[in-house]
Ligand binder design. Sequence first.
Ligand code: ZN
Length: 463
Amino acid sequence: MSAIIAPNIHIYLSMFLFFQSPLLLIPFSLIFLADGRLSTGHAGVLLAERRGSYPLIDLRTLKSNAQQGEVASGTRRKVKRLLSFQRYCHASRLLRGLVPHTPGSLHLLDDDYLGQAAHMLSKVGTWNFDIFLFDRLTNGNSLVTLMCHLFNVCGLIHHFQLDMVKLHRFLGMVQEDYHSQNPYHNAVHAADVTQAMYCYLKEPKLAEQLSPLDVFLGLMAAAAHDVDHPGVNQPFLIKTRHHLASLYQNTSVLESHHWRSTVGMLRESGLLSHLPAAMSQDMEQQLGSLILATDISRQNEFLLTFREHLDNQDLDLQLASHRHFMLQIALKCADICNPCRVWELSKQWSERVCEEFYRQGDLEKKFDLEVSPLCNQQADSVPAIQIGFISYIVEPLFEEWHRFTEPSLLSQAMMGHLHKNKAHWSHLRYTHTNSDTQAHSNSEEERRGNPAPLSSSIFLHRL
Ligand SMILES: [Zn+2]
């Protein structure tokens, strides 16, 4: 069997490598700028990222890159080949029918599981929705299942005359391109953000004003906002001279990649191909503007504008530009809403995100790179990270969101969870510090829930 397959593998691999360029050049008269605006490109092409330009970190070349400070073009080619091969192995297993087996008991219980998943979907708009349980019940297909359901209940399939096969193909690609090995930035996080986004879109203050296009863009951006996330942050990509960092000139590197990859998948699936070109171009551009807004380093810029609008009471949701701004804010809230969930869910997310930070720190240590802030498991405890994150990032944004909703029942519930969770982390931090029998002059402050002695700027460069 393998002897027969081997030549085919060789041909397939050669073809794959030949086409393994991170950018897909499509003849077109417009080009997207990093901030999501459209502009005419000098080469007259629109750049979308080709699916498969995985930003995996190649550990075999990392050390020499970091030490030499420069990546030789030959090495860069080698990295691409290695990454392509990984992807090729996955594809060839599928071609040979070697799909991963699920335990037999799952088949027996499939109907029961799906029945429970369907029951959960009937409560998809409630804030206590347990996305971890939903992911288990759908056998790891939470993102696809959730999005199909939401598109249906929101009437988007009918409104945009979407082809269900293409929609499923697109969502399958998005879900598959999230890295399941990431503790945090995986498809379950995307599903969680999408579910939160749906809750926010239903807020009375917004719901009546939103058009089907707004809802479509909000859900799509939430589902795809972290697609193909490598599990490390932008500074890591910059210091290891990853090709994406140079591609996007060290600015909104990950967010640009998430957006361009989404555009690539939209085109590959043909999901919007039946719409007028001007309309699908506008949708791609707006998706970019929404996804780029999740860049945490732009947090203060959005927060100040939001605060100003609320102070001046000049938000006019009849205006498309104001609705778009509120979609950006809603997506930003959804992306960092973990501390506003019930403790049992919130705690799981906190542990996962810290685990991802620590893995980056371990990688940095292993390859003699400076360990990034918040990534040192010995120095940066989960409670300390969470208290800083809540104090500097989450609370300021949600206080304004609370004001915007005037405040809604959901908003009140979220603020309640947020304060309880912060107090819980403060308590854990206090007991953690005491159990380590370390002298700690700030313990009284911490018990009162005051911020950890971590700088706010650390958090603005972290996620
Ligand atoms: Zn995210």
